[in-house]
Design a protein. Sequence first.
Length: 175
Amino acid sequence: MGLCRGKSLVEFEAVTDEDREVIAAQLGRPPRALRAVAARCPSGHPAVVQTSPRLEDGTPFPTLYYLTCPRLTSLCSTLEARGVMKEMTARLETDPDLAEAYRKAHVTYLAQRDEIESLGTEVSAGGMPGRVKCLHVHLAHALACGPGVNPFGDETLAMIADEWPAGDCHAADKG
């Protein structure tokens, strides 16, 4: 249950000094609770990082997979502004198969996080399992773990397929 793409969570890529610099530039601040690079953009820069369940000061941080690529972040924000999350949440009420797949994404997310450290809570991220509140989280989960793990992450990726990947988005964002 704690596996992602058939690999143990400890098998994600180690963060290099160069990755850390790129991630800081992407976020506009130093990264917090950074554990690994969970996915890269086709151009090679980090797109998703895996974070620790607690920040360095011990504060709980339930977001295990964090989207760092500015291009992906922007595309998710555009979808959110269009009201996509409300539509997705409404479908949970009418599509039992989708609701079950989303519940499984929640359970998997918790198991993956608990493999690192349990926060003693059933709160995962992105509104799981009852609503959709952050497409960034769902896309990060899908990119880190592959297709079929998070249905709304998969849908988000499909919605941006015409706009990502599109060259070296990190270099383009640096100006």
